[in-house]
Write a protein that binds this ligand. Sequence first.
Ligand code: FAD
Ligand code: DHB
Length: 393
Amino acid sequence: MRTQVGIIGSGPSGLLLSQILFLHGIDSVILERQSRDHVLGRIRAGVLEQSTVDMLRAASVGERMDREGLVHGGFSLAFDGRMEYIDMHKWTGGSGVMVYGQTELTRDLIEARMADGAVIEYEAPAVAIDGFLDGKPRIIYEKKGERRELLCDFVAGCDGYHGISRQSAGPGSIKEFEKVYPFGWLGILSDVPPVDRELIYTNHERGFALCSMRSHTRSRYYIQCDLNDNVDIWTDDAFWDELRRRLPETAAQKLVTGPRLEMSIAPLRSFVAEPMRFGALLLAGDAAHIVPPTGAKGLNLAASDVHYLSRALIVYYAEKRTDLLDRYSDTCLRRVWKAVRFSWWFTAMMHKFGDEPLCQRLQLAELDYLTGSEAARTAMAENYVGLPFDRFE
Ligand code: FAD
Ligand code: DHB
């Protein structure tokens, strides 16, 4: 099989890239290790930055999001018995975020690609990539027990943190930066009305908690948990009791509980691989970087990589210009590092790192400063809604 852009991975980055390229007359084939049902069953991100929302609309996949998504103009920070509102709308001159599940976004993208006759090979793991440094890129993959090859002009490595794209670059040509956090997030999805109209991020002496949602009738809650916890030891009641203990009184009283639709534990990690381009192999999304989920940045960074990558490929095919491809890695990484910094900072301020009283007092002092200073609130709000894309022409 031959195509212009071979895409490994049908997560948000691979699907969105394929959709934008299609709208510009560029062919792609997506190889996905898992089944379509598995991809659609994963519960992950829920918060889209304004620029991600704009990209989805421009890619003709924003219709259901605009109908069903929830526009939020702010969120609350709870700490020390207080609840303070960060008015993103006010402090950014009108920006906000859209609460719309990654699962729904993935479904919209798959449906759009299938309607246009795209080739998405499910249960087709890529096992090797070669030729990307000598102008003959090739992806070897498996399908129904057979080895097959996909020849292409470019390989887009959109295969997440555990994929093969980054590993194919070779250890000598890549530099990795990593921090693994000593706790995880235990998340529950349940068909109960959310505790508040917008999100609540809580710093509590028992650990972090987050109240999020997917709709007016479906809630998503997270609590900081031990890294060695197994989901099986957490009953629904144990989860709700622990969440209630960590919430401010007013929220705890309004909490409606119900059976889980899903419960899972996510580890927390900050990770960046440099560079993001190796000849005709270009990495995007979690394949190149991971952030702890506190700032809701992972999916949004995947979208900003796709913004730059799609522009570079469109300009290459239209004008045979390679300068944007040459600048792809540096341009992405500038924005990536700022989001990595923001996610690390927000994580450090909100989680329990141990029993040291000094650290707890410093966190409370920082939260007090942040919510009391117009400059600090503005910085928080502009990072949360998403920093602007660099010019890339
Ligand atoms: P992925 O979604 O990981 O997709 C990669 C795909 O590649 C997968 O389908 C995988 O099966 C496939 N693959 C892997 N190896 C191969 C192979 N060899 N061959 C073929 N296919 C392969 N982000 C936000 O922006 N906002 C949030 O609110 C947020 N909340 C989160 C909450 C949780 C609990 C978690 C876990 C994450 C959250 N994130 C959030 C992060 C976000 O989900 C990820 O950053 C996002 O999924 C990255 O998309 P991606 O397409 O780059 O990678
Ligand atoms: C969600 C996840 C996040 O990491 C976050 O910061 C906000 C919301 C969510 O899954 O809804």
